[in-house]
Design a protein around this ligand. Structure first.
Ligand SMILES: [Fe+2]
Ligand SMILES: [Fe+2]
Length: 374
């Protein structure tokens, strides 16, 4: 089977940048309140209570002392003037758009007002997808607590359930109180979350959530944390990142042990799953719902956005945690470097030798200065 065939089967399209195929994945039920996904996995008891994985036990101890209270530890009385904040944060640039690149396009008539409005919508949309992803993490970690066969991992996963509840709490509250509401889940993100919950293999929950979704989230939170001048959001993101780095480390440390013992065929499944997740996350960042809200047909603007050089840098940054973590897990180079070649096509392989999160998570603890901070 050739690589092209592989990719077509996985993605339902032969070209990575097939705009029609990407935009055809859209949320058709924006009023949906409950969303049901079949969880096919076995719940597993273990009667072996011995401590055999000291690295996971250390994470558990770190998690217990790293707890914070979203209600009392964040300055919720901060006044947030959305227009002022979005203007100061240059949200369009932060989302990968350079307003100077759009003369001669369908939005060339946009003035400061439209760009500001776009920035506000984009900030609401981005925080909303963070929120929905956090709920995905909440469900996934509850699932891992049930499905992972290791005692140390069950203990640790239970702390992550509490962490994720807190993350859902803070993003939901910020959107409601400070942004005046948000957006429904993006269809690409929902499909990815559905796939992760649906899979019966316990390690796939980890790979999809802890390594791919949370790896991307850690990079995206870090970027927004650096860009924003809004003190409440900045502190909120800093607190969430202190948990998130521990979560990614949990995924990397757990899967390393499992993947080192896997056959090529088993690893190929994991490589494909990681690639599919990577593409879905990349597709969601085309933020088609924001364009619709602004009255611009996504198919008229998305091909132009894809050629914006600022966009390219933004997209690369999102993968700065995922790629070194996949390398650490041996996912890049098994099966004739199958995933390495996919990441080369996506233009993100240059991060492979950056520090992996299994090693660097302590740098994100509260009180430490975050990598990339001034
Ligand atoms: Fe989270
Ligand atoms: Fe997390």
């Amino acid at each position: 089977m050739s690589d092209t065939l592989d990719t077509t089967e996985l993605l339902g399209r032969s070209e990575l940048d097939d705009i029609e195929a990407i935009l055809s994945v859209a949320n058709t039920d924006v009023d949906e309140v409950l969303h049901v996904v079949k969880d096919e996995a076995d719940a597993i008891f273990t009667w072996d209570y011995s401590l055999t994985r000291p690295a996971l036990r250390r994470l558990y101890e770190k998690a217990k002392v790293g707890q914070w209270n979203a209600t009392t530890d964040l300055p919720w009385d901060t006044e947030v003037d959305i227009e002022q904040v979005v203007g100061a944060d240059q949200v369009a640039v932060a989302a990968g758009l350079d307003p100077n690149q759009y003369s001669g396009t369908v939005i060339e008539g946009w003035g400061d007002k439209e760009w500001l409005d776009f920035g506000i919508q984009n900030r609401k949309w981005t925080l909303s997808q963070f929120l929905h992803g956090e709920q995905g993490a909440l469900l996934c970690t509850a699932k891992i607590t049930e499905t992972v066969p290791w005692y140390d991992a069950k203990l640790y996963a239970s702390t992550q359930v509490v962490d994720e509840a807190r993350h859902v709490e803070v993003f939901a509250r910020y959107l409601d109180e400070k942004m005046g509401g948000g957006y429904q889940v993006n269809a690409h993100l929902r499909l990815l979350l559905d796939d992760i919950i649906n899979d019966s293999r316990w390690d796939m929950t980890y790979l999809g959530m802890q390594v791919m979704v949370e790896g991307l989230a850690l990079a995206a939170f870090g970027f927004m944390h650096q860009m924003t001048e809004e003190p409440l959001l900045k502190q909120l993101l800093r607190y969430v990142m202190s948990d998130e780095a521990r979560h990614v480390a949990f995924g990397v440390l757990s899967l390393k042990e499992v993947y080192d013992g896997m056959t090529d065929a088993e690893m190929k499944d994991r490589q494909e799953f990681a690639y599919e997740a990577a593409v879905r996350m990349r597709d969601r960042f085309l933020s088609q719902e924001v364009w619709e809200r602004m009255g611009v047909a996504p198919r008229d603007i998305v091909p132009i956005v894809l050629r914006d050089p600022t966009r390219d840098l933004f997209q690369q940054m999102l993968f700065s945690k995922i790629v070194p973590n996949c390398k650490k897990l041996g996912l890049l180079d098994r099966n004739e470097a199958w995933l390495r070649r996919r990441f080369e096509e996506m233009g993100v392989i240059q991060f492979e030798d950056w520090e992996n999160t299994g090693d660097e998570y302590l740098k994100f603890e509260l009180g430490a200065s975050v990598p990339g901070d001034a």
